[in-house]
Every structure is written in C-alpha cells, then in structure tokens.
Design a protein around this ligand. Sequence first.
Ligand code: RUQ
Ligand code: CUA
Length: 643
Amino acid sequence: MKKTRVIWKLLLMMVVLLFGVSTVFAQSELRKVMKERGLTEKDLLAAAKTYTPTGKHDPYIVFSSGGQSGQILVYGVPSMRIYKVLAVFTPEPWQGYGYDDESKKVLEGGKVRGRYITWGDSHHPALSETNGDYDGQYLFINDKAHARVAVIDLKDFVTKQIVKNPIMKSDHGGCFVTPNTKYVLETTQYAAPFDNKYHSIKEYNKVFRGAMTFWRFDRKKGRIIPEKSFSVELPPYMQDLADAGKGISDGWAFTNSWNSERYTGGIEEGNPPFEAGCSANDTDYLHVINWKGVEKEVEAGHYKLINGHKVVTLKTLVKKGLIYLIPEPKSPHGVDVSPSGRYIIVSGKLDTHASVYDFKKILNLIKKKDFIGKDPYGIPILSMRKSLHGQVELGLGPLHTQFDSKDGIVYTSLYVDSAVVKWDYKRLKVLDKIQVHYNIGHLVTPHGDTVHPRGHYLIALNKLAVDRFNNIGPLHPQNHQLIDISGKKMQMLYDLPIPIGEPHYAVMIDAKLLKPEVRYKLGWNPYEDSRSPYRTLPGRERIVRKGNRVEVFATAIRSHINPERIVVKKGDIVTIHVTNLERAEDETHGFGIYGYNVQFSLEPGKTSSATFVADKEGVFPYYCTEFCSALHLEMFGYLIVKP
Ligand code: RUQ
Ligand code: CUA
C-alpha cells in the first residue's frame, strides 16, 4: 500500500512539473484520464518510464532485423519510436536505394548466379566491436535465404556492401563478429553441395556440406575483403546459431546443429517427415572451432580453392586438431558466449533445459586428448558431462539468451511458454519469469552479447501478436515488448508492432556511441565514400551530348532544379546526375521522373545518377520528391523526348 502511495505521489509530481498545473487540478485531471482510458497505477508507471517528451532523445538505439523485407528497423528505447528503415537487401524508394546508379551497384554485389535478387531474409544484425564491446562504427546483417552478408556504415546509416557467400546456399549463424571485428562470421543453415552442379540427394553424406565463413573486415576501408576471407568445411549436420569466443575463448568459434542424423527426408518415398527424422537422436553436436589455428593454415596455403574461395577442408581441420564436437540436447537453439568468454549457453528448444558449457573444462579435455569417440568424418567428440558446468530447467522451448550487467544474470526466451526467464547461469538457478505476448524468439538487452552488458531494459521479440493490436487483416505484425529489468522482478512496459517483416534478432547500443554525420561533403557518393566524378557546382550545370549519349549535370537547391528542361531524342541513352548543393541540416531534396523508374534521395551534399534509354517519346515531368520548402511544388522541370 505504502509503495503505491509513493508511486502515486511521484506521478502527480511529474504531472505538475509537466503541465505546471496545481496539484489539485492535476490530480483530478489524471484521475479523469485514468478512468476514461481504464488505466491502472501500474500502467501509469509504465507510461512514465517510456513516455519521451517532444525534443528529448532516447538513451538506447535498437537495430532490429526486418525479416523478409531485407531491411533493418531503427528505433529508440525506452520511447519505442521508430526512426528509420535501413535499406539493405531490398530496393527502397525513400532512400533512392536501388533507383540510382550508385546504389544499384551495391545491390548488384548480392547477385545470385548472375540473377539480381530484390529481397532478403535478414536475420541477425551484429554491431562492430572493439575489445569485445560495441564501438558504434559498423553494422552487419545476414540474408538467410541467399547466404549474403551486408555492411552498413553507421557514420551515415547507409549500406555500403553486399557479399554473396561463394559456397553456401543459405545461412543462419550470422552475423557474429570476433572481439575486434577482424572477422564477421557466417554459418550455413541447410547443408548443400559447395558447387553449383546437379547432385542426387543420395550423395548427401559425401557431397552435401555445411561451412563457417570468416569474412575479413577492413575497418579503415569499411568493407569486407573477399580475397582475405576463408571458410571451414563442416559436416552436413545443419549448423544453426553461432557465436565467436571472447576473453578466454577468444580465437574460437561455436555453432550448434540439429541434424546429426544426416536425415534427408522424402515423405514421397514413405520416409518420415524432416522434422521427425532430424530429431531422432537424443543429442546433436556443438561444434568447437579454433579459428586462429585455421587462420594459420590459410596463411600457410593449406586450403582448397572452391569457386575462387579459400576453404580449409574437414581433413585438414581434423589432422591439425582445429575442430571438436560436444553432444548437446537434441535440436537445440542459441549458443551464447558469456561476457568473460568462459561459459557457453546452449538452449534446449525441444528440451526444457539450458546447458551451460565451461570453456575451461573444454580446453582441458582437448589438451589431454580426452575424447569419447569420433564422428563419421573423424572429428573428435568430447564428453558432454565433462564439458558441462551444469544444466538448469527453464521451461518449454528455451531459445536465446542475453546477459545482464549483474554478474551471472541472464535472460532466456521460452518460445512455447511465451515467457522470459531470468536466471543465474553460474549458480544455476531460476530467479524470475514474465509472460510475453506471444511466442518469443530472440530477446535483446543493451550490449547484451558483449563483454560489457548494460542491463536496465530487455526487449522480447515475439513472433505472434494474435489479439494484442487492432485487427488489420490476417497478416499480423510481430510484437516487440519492452521490459524493465532494473529491479528484482521484471516489469512489462510497452508493445511495439513491427510492420515490415519477421524480425529475428536485434542489437541495442548506447546512443552516445553513435556519431553520424549530418551532411555529406559537396558532391558525395556515399556508396563509394568518395567525391562523385559527376558532382556539379552552381553555375556549372550543363547538358553534354556525344552521339546518342546525353549526360546531364544538374543541381538542386531551394527551390529549383537546374536545368529545367532536358530535351533528348527517342533512343538516346540518358544519364542524369543531380547534386544537392544544400549545407543546411535535413534539407534533403528528391528527384523523381515520370515513367522511367527514377527516384533519388538527395541528402545535403549528395550526388546521384540515373542512366536509362529514352525509349518512349513524350513529355515527362520531373520534380523534387521531398517537401523541402514553401516553393517545393515549383521545384520541377520537363524531360522532353522528341520522336
Ligand atoms: S534464430 S528465433 Cu533464426 Cu535467430 Cu532463433
Ligand atoms: Cu526540393 Cu522539394
């Protein structure tokens, strides 16, 4: 009772401060609103913890995967206000991404066997790290459907590069970075042949393979260097989530798996379905890989070139003692390395327990060559019992784990129970549980997968929303729920519907670490981080014709586009470059042309180009597509194509 009264007084004080009204008036107003909206005192407290007055900024920023949209969602915590959708694997017109020549080049990096792909199943974002903690410089994300990885530079929140994995057909265990972002990890999901040829499913054990790729990241250039990247060949066990070691496990990588049966399905032939065949064994394998050792083998030239990519074979890995397997409860999910790097938490998924492995014990077993056997590929297997620190029964469907700032405290999602469980992985006991709505996949805490988790908030990334929001048709949004974890008991604060696809993972960073630019240098091509050779200064606008090639050097500044008329002949190949001359913050112009699928977003200083064949005669208005000034509507011109 006493506590409620204190809360009540605090809230009143807030209202008084906020509105500058008398206590009595504020009290009656507040009571009225509560009554009208059916709010409890608990609701008011949650509101006070999340409400962010106009002009106030958020202390944390979340980068959430956008699932099938192939994008990334950026929102603030605790306000849960959505700030931006980052275009990554998919064309996105607001940002002009995929609609100008410069960004098309980035998307082309993600071609699959020559085909231009316009979607991605974005899964796990990863922030760049320095000494194991976020540094606010780069963001990476994988596309499960096509085994691709993208690099986003956080100095302007723009996708700079997409690389296609040369040997994988899908991925899941990515992206995870090594503690200084030397490598970005990507691990296969569905085993497949490394080559692009026909193979019968009967060749599964021999030809189908998993892999873990170590993409070498050049921090200065802000790009992945494919020539310096390499992969390790893995058995076709359907590798799942992965993580890079840190602290005492730095130099090692971990991935679990869910098909040690090497089951190949075939209900068509009367075989059991995949989901039964892939979970017949009681255990699957946690893979333990010494990547620093693998790096040395690559340097020594002990690799095979497959599709032009360096692959260290299973044979080499086994011969040099660079890979080990440890049984884990069947079809597990999530493999999360503790801040110190000593403990590795694997969730049961089909088992109600989380298994906490102790890397010190693992290293000892490896040193002593204390193995319980070998798998069909000759990989030594360590004893599960001897590798474990312990197991804790958490509930139904444990999936992912995030760490708290308090030592030993973690949060694990329970998919089947629709709950988050708070527990102690060192002392092996459950501390608290909270219901979420519904069927949670991942969860995220600030810096929750680094050496220095910050605590305070947790977001449950729920797969199903069911009845939580207004009915907007059979396709429901997912539901991100903000939870206060600063106290002993977890408290639900806020629901955020996610409108662009199924978010898998999200990362949450201290907003102070992000220092993006507000404008580009004049004439900038952000996709190449250099001055565009096509930049145009005021007074230098021109139209240059060479044979049937017409090149237009244009500028945009409040409130005109120069030139105002572009006259070409039918069949001409036209390239239009537009430079935004503005220096003022947020003075973005756009440039859209009727009928030619051209749309630029011209942030201050940016130069964008579009090349097209003027294959239709007629009159084609172009105009600025951002409401930039009182005379924005007047910011236009005509492309006239003569017969
Ligand atoms: S994994 S919902 Cu697809 Cu990130 Cu666990
Ligand atoms: Cu420029 Cu509207």
